[in-house]
Design a protein around this ligand. Structure first.
Ligand code: ACO
Length: 326
């Protein structure tokens, strides 16, 4: 059965961390951050605000836009690298808060996680195993960033996005998903415990070889896009929008060049949010819908990469009706 995205919801924390704020925290400059990443500010979760809190708000937004109640869904697939606890899963916590039912589980594929989740939901709903699924990407990355490491702390932000996946109602929908992983690149970006402090063990921190990840990213965004299009039998020329993982504006520009598409085909909202990992694609898709850049029948590619190394791409034809902007 063909499935489709019925609605897209988002939620970002209220706290804003600007480049000027970072200038006061670490040896950097607002100009360097803007020119090298395209980021102007990012959202930062409050100390008592967790990935579950953001996920619940994004899920409620998606459900309300789809005109559904939580009980109308029967699967929650949640992607995060920053769960509030190892267990129960963030998905189970969200399920409890929403009073939803059916299986609920977390997946972890770093920044590719949303696409992994979408592919899982596509298969559950496509096979009839689930009727309507919630796919959520949620992150509080600023809780695992070392704010003394200028190579990482300027890049990451917090946020959540969610979509409802259900059976296609008009023949449009998800046409293909491709996923990939290469564990050999595991040391290019990883989370490890920070140095112990007098107060106790160090908290986990992101480590990244930015230059090598950058190179990988520009190649894989183009490659995964083309693979997913080939699998879907859709020509690149017929794609009206590509929604890439928002890691760095220069990566997005380089991927557009490599694909030979006009820069305006790529959605780029990194300036306001930074890299929100698994939340970045639904956040960017929602903004594209709000900006009137998505019409029924359009072919769209969602494409991302992340730690693992992992990557994924999904081709979809945007559905009319429930999936239309509201
Ligand atoms: N402010 C000022 N100078 C800086 C900063 C900073 N914040 N960060 C690095 N620099 C300096 C470096 O020290 C270096 O100085 P040097 O030439 O004197 O040695 C110089 O700037 C250039 O450093 P690069 O690392 O080459 O900078 P680059 O232009 O590559 O930008 C960045 C760094 C933004 C991290 C970039 O490499 C990048 O975006 N990489 C990809 C990151 C990414 O996609 N991550 C995905 C995460 S996915 C996931 O799963 C979570």
């Amino acid at each position: 059965m063909l499935t489709s995205i019925k609605a897209v919801g988002t939620h970002v924390p209220q706290g804003v961390l600007t480049n000027a704020d970072l200038e006061r925290m670490v040896e950097t400059s607002a100009t360097w951050i803007r020119e090298r990443t395209g980021i102007l500010e990012r959202r930062i979760a409050a100390p008592n605000e967790g990935a579950t809190d953001l996920a619940v708000m994004a899920a409620e937004d998606a459900l309300s836009r789809a005109g559904l109640r939580p009980q109308d869904t029967d699967l929650i697939v949640l992607s995060t690298s920053t769960p509030d606890s190892t267990f129960p899963s963030c998905a189970a916590r969200v399920q409890e808060r929403l009073s939803a039912r059916g299986p609920a589980f977390d997946i972890q594929a770093a920044c590719s996680g949303f696409l992994y989740g979408l592919s899982v939901a596509d298969q559950f709903v496509g096979s009839g195993e689930a009727r309507q699924a919630l796919v959520i990407g949620t992150e509080t990355l600023t809780k695992i960033v070392n704010f003394k490491d200028r190579g990482t702390c300027v890049v990451f932000g917090d946020g959540a996005g969610a979509v409802v996946v259900g059976p296609s109602s008009d023949g449009a929908g998800i046409r293909s998903c491709v996923l990939g992983s290469d564990g050999q690149g595991g040391d290019l970006i990883y989370v490890a415990p920070g140095a112990p402090t007098p107060e106790g063990p160090g908290r986990p921190e992101i480590h990244m070889d930015g230059r090598k990840v950058f190179r990988f990213a520009t190649e894989i965004l183009a490659q995964a896009t083309l693979e997913a299009l080939e699998k879907a039998g859709v020509a690149l020329e017929d794609v009206s929008l590509i929604v890439p993982h928002q890691a760095n504006a220069r990566i997005i520009e380089a991927a557009a060049k490599r694909l030979g598409v006009a820069p305006e085909v790529m959605v780029n909202n990194i300036a306001q949010y930074g890299n929100t990992s698994t939340a970045s694609i639904p956040l960017a898709l929602r903004e594209a819908i709000d900006a009137g850049r998505v019409a029924a029948g359009d072919f769209i590619v969602l494409v991302g990469f992340g730690a693992g190394l992992t990557w994924g791409a999904c081709v979809l034809q945007w559905e009319g009706g429930g999936a239309a902007p509201n």
